[in-house]
Design a protein around this ligand. Structure first.
Ligand code: MOS
Length: 741
């Protein structure tokens, strides 16, 4: 069915709570006798902890405990618990191990060497400043550029080298491009600090308020770490001030807080500092890529090679799909990919919005622009000449692909015809003007979720799922789905989410949640509708004799579509049958037909920039982003989601870089003053367009994901626009002014 036939632009259902401050984030929960934990981090990136003086800290006012490798309580099931289900396998352990506060080996800068707990946050912070450590320091290896020779192939099967057609066929083409592209380390930097509040409610049961993208994943991880029955681990995360991927696993310091809370016999809260969030909760890995591409004189790709080498920790191999989109986005007969890792003295990376593909698209889509230039072709035309009608990687059809239409609509909206064919030829006063475009893509997935729906006798509806809402407006989308299946007015629907007491859901990530949990809401509401129809059409019932297909639901009424007057109020139907409610819980997932197709969402980004040739300043003056992400369920929150992705993309393109001082293996811009996210002055008019065509092969609503594609490709569009404006090709992000002078 059409899931939102009127395209109702519904306001965010939790908007009022968020702007009035009544939405509670994990750190705002208060439990009696809560103690506060502050982490003391290593000031070296590699070496050994020799002496640790905790006497003054322990004697400081209000201190309840100073936990180090010498007295850290046991974590019985400790095995680096990893949560999360988004976009691929969790980081894989290496021969090296990292266990927080176990032993004296230092593996990365900021590694916790002590966790200080006091009765107030201020006292814990002061006491933490009194902990003194001495180290035997070794020279850290943190510079990917210096250690490329140490690159290894990850052991994970799906990251294996890929090849089709003829090896290195690009070399045989008349026009060849070889270029290296660099994406620096980037840090998620959400507004909300990371952390956890842990309370042991009995010797075998836990209550956690956490900043996690998946309460069930955190539940599993903690149950494993403390050898508990998962049902006795309660996790609550209803609101989140930005996730972007850092909440896709359970981090060791969170597990440590739970152990400390048990030892102290009282709740313990950890709220990390901004600089600790650079060190302890992952980042987008610094990645070097090489694209080798060959095309014939008609602009057809002959061969493509995409290689990536990314940083990871010494103790875990983190991998992501950096080279994946090159395998299928264009119809190229011969293509190879390689993905390599360099293990460095760094904390482990984690997925960050558009994980893998955002990095990969910068290389591929910059290279497509460079090749178009070599071929004297419009870059949009070059892409159309290599459009893949079926998936060349898996040799199967796409479930849906409306990318051509996305190109057309985006080009019209930005005014692509105004793009100067010759770089550096268009001016506005002293500014050079340029246009750029790029493509983004990401897997469209559907996982498994369970949802409970309760239709009350008063006609109101309750929808329950454990899923978190990291910000995109999940609660709003689920409300709209329930509204359109059951006809219950929007203001009579309550969606409860973000708690393990509710039916299980996967971690929010991978742009899969509306497809997954939304489908479960759809299926469960459909089951409720089925019951209503049965009650209404039985012999003697108000709509007896009518068939299910004739009936529709709206405004709390079940009616015969052809004869609007023939209706019965849902509340009346329940009353007649002496039912207090109709209460359904169903488990829902994709079917086996999903193996027959390749499922992707697509985005097209168009950008207009101005570049000042004297100062090198780049200003994005207009952006148009088009999403081919299936049927749009919630037009308002979908547009917001895309606007957020574009703002992030402007940061990725122009300002974001986590800079390390490799002498010490430390960040030098570990704060929001020096790590530049895009601010209002950087962000111009953002136009978003949705193709809004359903893909019913993925799920009954026809919705595909859009969280990742809002960002993926955007940085390349900016780089391509800068080239068009100036004739200068910047292959290393961010495009700061020094690179243009
Ligand atoms: Mo997203 S990187 O799947 O939170």
């Amino acid at each position: 069915m059409d899931i939102n036939p009127k395209n109702q632009p519904v306001d965010r259902v939790d908007g009022r709570q968020k702007v009035t401050g009544s939405a509670k984030y994990f750190a705002e929960f208060a439990l009696p006798r809560t103690a506060y934990c502050v982490i003391v981090g290593s000031t070296i990136a590699r070496g050994t902890l020799d002496q640790l003086d905790t006497k003054r800290a322990a004697a400081a006012p209000g201190v309840l405990g100073v936990f180090t490798h010498l007295n850290m309580p046991a974590i019985p099931g400790w095995d680096a618990p990893v949560g999360g289900q988004a976009d691929g396998p969790p980081p894989q352990p290496t021969a090296e191990t990292y266990r927080i506060l176990r032993g004296t080996k230092i593996l990365f800068d900021g590694q916790p060497i002590a966790m200080v707990v006091a009765d107030t946050f201020e006292r814990a912070t002061y006491a933490a400043s009194l902990v003194k450590a001495t180290y035997t320091r070794q020279t850290p290896k943190t510079d990917l550029n210096k250690h490329l020779a140490a690159a290894i192939a990850p052991s994970i099967p799906w990251m294996k080298d890929y090849s089709r057609g003829q090896a290195e066929a690009y070399k045989t083409a008349p026009v060849v491009l070889e270029a290296d592209y660099v994406v620096p380390t980037e840090v998620h930097n959400p507004m909300e600090m990371h952390g956890i509040l842990a309370q042991w409610t009995s010797p075998t049961s836990l209550l956690l308020y956490a900043k996690t993208q998946g309460v069930n994943a955190t539940q599993r991880a903690m149950a494993q770490a403390f050898k508990l029955d998962p049902r006795n681990v309660k996790v609550h995360t209803e609101f989140m001030g930005g996730g972007f991927g850092m909440g896709l696993r359970t981090w060791p310091q969170e597990t440590a807080v739970v152990a400390i809370a048990r030892q102290l016999g009282r709740p313990v809260k950890l709220v990390m500092t901004r600089s600790q969030m650079f060190q302890l909760v992952g980042y987008r890995p610094h990645t070097r890529q090489t694209i080798r591409m060959g095309a014939d004189a008609t602009g057809k790709l002959v061969g493509l090679v995409h290689e990536a080498t990314a940083e990871t920790a010494t103790y875990e191999d983190f991998t992501e799909g950096t080279v994946n989109m090159s395998k299928f986005l264009y119809a190229c007969p011969s293509m190879q990919t390689r993905y390599r890792l360099v293990r460095l003295d760094r904390g482990v990376p984690i997925w960050m919005r558009g994980p893998g593909e955002a990095t990969g698209a910068f290389a591929l889509e910059s290279a497509m622009d460079e090749m178009a230039h070599k071929l004297h072709l419009d870059p949009l035309e070059f892409r159309l000449r290599n459009y893949s009608e079926t998936d060349p990687e898996h040799n199967r059809p796409y479930s849906s692909k409306n990318l051509r239409e996305a190109y057309e609509r985006g080009a019209a909206a930005i005014g692509w015809r105004n793009r100067p064919a010759t770089p550096g030829s268009q001016r506005e006063g002293e500014w050079l003007v340029g246009y750029g475009m790029s493509t983004g893509t990401f897997n469209a997935m559907r996982w498994q979720a369970t949802v409970r729906v309760v239709l009350q006798a008063d006609g109101s509806l309750l929808v329950q799922s454990a899923v978190t809402d990291i910000g995109p407006g999940t609660g709003t989308a689920l409300t709209i789905i329930a509204h359109n299946v059951l006809g219950v007015p929007l203001d009579r629907i309550k969606v409860q989410y973000g708690d393990t007491s509710l039916p299980p859901a996967p971690t929010q990530g991978g742009s899969a949640i509306v497809s997954t949990v939304g489908s479960a809401v759809f299926d469960t509401c459909s089951a409720v509708k089925q019951t209503l129809v049965e009650l209404a059409t039985r012999p003697g019932a108000p709509l007896a004799g009518h068939q299910a297909e004739e009936l529709a639901l709206a405004d709390g009424q079940l009616f015969v579509e052809a004869k609007l007057a023939t209706q019965v109020a849902v509340a009346e139907l329940l009353r007649q049958n002496q039912l207090a409610s109709i209460d359904k819980t169903t488990e829902s997932k994709g079917g086996p037909e999903q193996q027959k197709y390749s499922f992707y969402s697509y985005s097209v980004h168009f950008v207009r920039v101005r570049v000042n040739p004297r100062t090198g300043v780049v200003r994005v003056t207009k952006t148009v982003s088009v999403a081919d992400s299936g049927r749009i369920i919630s037009p308002k929150t979908a547009a917001s989601q895309m606007i957020g992705g574009v703002a992030g993309g402007i940061g990725m393109a122009l300002t974001e870089e986590a800079v390390l001082d490799h002498r010490f293996g430390r960040y030098v811009n570990n704060n929001l003053a020096d790590y530049h996210v895009a601010v209002h002055a950087d962000v111009p008019e953002i136009e978003t367009i949705t193709i809004d065509k359903p893909d019913y092969l993925l799920n009954p609503m026809g919705a595909k994901g859009m969280g990742e594609i809002a960002l993926i490709g955007f940085a390349a569009a900016v780089a391509n626009a800068v080239f068009n404006a100036t004739g200068r090709r910047v292959r290393e992000l961010p495009i700061t002014l020094d690179k243009l002078l």
